[in-house]
Ligand binder design. Structure first.
Ligand code: ADP
Ligand code: MG
Length: 697
């Protein structure tokens, strides 16, 4: 695939299937192209001599085009693509629908389309795309009803209809775009390709998107990480597929759904995620027009007490904080503001404030080093001229180079001032929480720019030994492994207590005598997933009880399932649960992002507590450490209530080592270490459970 530069800036576009027939897509595309495109438009259609005043050619090979827009019926799309390939037309936009989205014949047609695109090395958008647009050259190669206005955001969408709705709205609101792409079925080009392209486009300052899925999660993360160092990406992601409902046999599999994968993956990618279309554009416009703040402290200047309190609440819900002013600032405020006002944040300059008082207060606040951003929050009064206030706000934002949001509350009386603000890239919202939300995305983006991404560690491991253990599933009817596969951990350097699996009571006793102190005994069977649920785990067994306990465990297992495949009983050294915490380290394979690591509070109540966090593997040390810091019960691990802190480094290393194991073996579908007991002296994996896809080994 070549660069996408020509896709957005072609010289000659062939419209394959162009027609003047009223109401047809072929006509809509030709019309849109004729409206403002700087380059040439060549209709391709053997049925016509000319289309809409343009002379028509029979075949794309005669068009000498560098881009083809294909609107012919589904059955003749493939030959059209082939002809484009033969004619060296590298950029192809397939608007025709009736491919993968319809299943059956359509799905196989899409497979063929992919092969053709690969054969001719095409930049192919779609199929089932609304088209692509660029305001740089007036190109509207789509069948949508509107053309975008020029701007510095580029926009991709998996839904073409959403593009038409957004453009309709954006034109009303004076929101402009550089490029717009309707991704369609993403058979060839997907979000990662567009992010990659726009990341290098000097005229795109913000990338925004509406996605229903991400085609290749890991590639997306790696590409977006780089792009977001310079160009913010804001996405709305909908259509939460229910991967979580897949039959899962591990705890991690039960808890980790595709939503967790997206949340983790998009965060690791440095993408700002908007919860709504409004949030998407609030964030995008702020990022497109204003500088990032130096710190997260905000000053609120207001002539109204109530909304001031609302803004304090909104700040509390965001990543921002109310700035504490320097003494100088407070002194100046005291001199200049009426005594009944409030010189602390939110600065209440009182209901009779005129523009001058507003301006002075904002000027003083923005000059304070503690202040990273500001919000002007005003209610209409007889003494306040909103248009003048807007002009002053614009000037002070320029003067101080700090981001400013406006919240001029009111209805029609606000319109003219809002236009002045908006021309200068300052959004005006009725609701303080929207203004705060928009400023918060600037701050969040600053955090992303400040990130450094490190390579995951590469531990010295015994991959061959691990493979040999995983291959054992090939001889089994099910694809699960349990504690009988614990040497896997050994191969990847994850610590565990001494243990052995035996199949006779006297052997159990012999093993127990080799181990210091009491032991734990567990039933070992691929048919028994949750051993303690059936009384299959005995903790704190003294040596002289070992033989009896062996019999008891076997009896319980037989009672539970008479034909269960019993591999024996594991006799295991005790982990110190008095000074230790049971944690879980796990992995579930997500269809889009691949291996998704989970860390959380472990034990037998994992699903009940659901105190867990996720990262797409392979994880770096920093990411693994963040995981240990962000669960709700992290204070427990750090040593709450006089307890000694757990061996956090040990947990971090275990997460990384498991991450390496599951990255090395795509055949591992799910993996739980539960519990990983973390004491002040170290960590120990006392139980594992995994599923393996033998086809993939
Ligand atoms: P399962 O998850 O199949 O029920 P586990 O081996 O995880 O079986 O055991 C269940 C619980 O028993 C653990 O969560 C832990 O509380 C306790 N336990 C298991 N093995 C040990 C051990 N070696 N030392 C201390 N406690 C253990
Ligand atoms: Mg367990």
């Amino acid at each position: 695939m070549g660069t996408l530069t020509e896709l957005f800036a072609p010289d000659r576009i062939a419209v394959v299937g162009a027609t003047a027939r009223e109401g047809s897509i072929g006509r809509a595309v030709t019309d849109n192209l004729l409206s403002a495109f700087d380059g040439e438009v060549v209709p391709v259609n053997p049925n016509y001599e000319e289309v809409m005043g343009l002379s028509c050619v029979d075949e794309i090979g005669e068009a000498a085009a560098d881009m083809a827009v294909i609107v012919v019926p589904p059955k003749i799309v493939l030959p059209a693509i082939e002809q484009a390939g033969e004619a060296d037309v590298e950029n192809v936009v397939v608007i025709t629908a009736g491919f993968g989205e319809t299943g059956g014949d359509g799905a196989s047609r899409e497979q063929e389309l992919k092969s053709l695109a690969a054969e001719y090395d095409l930049n192919l958008v779609g199929p089932n795309s609304l088209g692509v647009m660029s305001t740089a050259n007036g190109m509207n190669a789509s069948f949508g009803p509107d053309s975008p206005e020029a701007g510095n955001m580029s926009f991709m969408s998996q839904s073409g209809a959403f593009i038409t709705a957004v453009l309709d709205w954006a034109n009303d609101e004076d929101v402009g775009f550089k490029d717009v792409a309707s991704l369609g079925n993403k058979a060839v080009l997907d979000e990662t390709d567009f992010v990659d392209h726009w990341g290098d486009d000097p005229d795109t300052d913000v990338i925004i998107g509406y996605l229903e899925g991400i085609s290749q999660g890991r590639e997306f993360i790696d590409t977006a990480r780089e792009v977001t160092q310079d160009t913010p990406i804001v996405l709305v992601k909908s259509g939460r597929t229910d991967a979580g409902a897949q039959a899962a046999s591990s705890h991690t599999g039960t808890i980790a759904g595709s939503e967790q994968a997206y949340e983790a993956g998009l965060d690791q990618a440095g993408v700002l995620r908007a919860e709504s279309v409004q949030g998407l554009f609030d964030a995008a416009q702020m990022l497109a027009n204003q500088p990032v703040p130096e710190n997260n402290d905000i000053a609120v200047i207001t002539n109204a007490g109530g909304p001031g309190v609302m803004s304090t609440d909104a700040v509390g819900d965001s990543g921002l904080e109310m700035a504490s002013f320097e003494q100088d600032t407070l002194d100046t405020f005291s001199e200049q503001l009426p005594a009944e006002g409030n010189i602390y944040n939110p600065v209440d300059i009182v209901g009779d404030a005129d523009v001058e008082r507003f301006r002075d207060a904002l000027d003083i606040a923005l000059a304070d080093e503690n202040v990273g951003s500001a919000m002007v929050l005003s209610c209409p009064t007889a003494v306040l001229d909103y248009e003048q206030l807007a002009a002053e706000t614009v000037e002070l934002r320029e003067k101080h180079g700090k981001p400013v949001a406006a919240c001029f509350m009111g209805g029609e009386s606000v319109d003219d001032s809002a236009a002045i603000l908006s021309d200068a890239g300052i959004p005006n919202y009725f609701d303080p929480s929207r203004a705060i939300g928009a400023l918060d995305s600037l701050w969040e983006y600053r955090g992303i720019q400040g990130r450094t991404y490190e390579e995951p560690a590469d531990f010295d491991v015994d991959k061959d030994a691990a493979r040999a253990i995983l291959e054992r599933v090939e001889d089994r009817s099910d694809n699960r492994l349990g504690v009988e596969a614990m040497e896997l951990l050994d191969a990847y350097g994850i610590p565990m207590p001494d243990s052995e699996i035996v199949d006779a009571p006297e052997d159990a006793r012999a093993v127990a005598e080799e181990i210091d102190g009491d032991v734990v005994m567990k039933i070992v069977s691929p048919d028994i997933l949750h051993k303690s649920d059936i009384g299959g785990v005995a903790v704190g067994v003294a040596d002289d009880e070992v033989a009896d306990t062996y019999e008891t465990l076997i009896t319980r297992a037989r009672n539970y399932q008479p034909d269960a495949n019993l591999l024996g009983v594991q006799v295991q050294e005790m982990a110190d649960l008095d000074s230790g915490t049971e944690t879980i380290v796990g992995m579930n394979r997500d269809p889009q992002f691949g291996p998704l690591m989970m860390f959380g509070l472990g034990g037998i109540f994992v699903e009940v507590l659901e105190d867990t966090t996720f990262r797409v593997a392979p994880v770096s040390e920093t990411e693994a450490r963040e995981m240990t810091e962000e669960i709700k019960t992290a204070p427990l691990l750090r040593g709450a209530r006089g307890r000694d802190p757990a061996d956090l480094d040990g947990i971090v290393e275990t997460i990384q080592r498991l991450s390496q194991l599951v990255a090395d073996f795509p055949a591992i579908m799910e993996f739980d270490i539960n519990p990983l007991v973390a004491t002040p002296d170290g960590v120990a994996a006392v139980d594992i459970r995994l599923t393996v896809d033998p086809e993939n080994l």
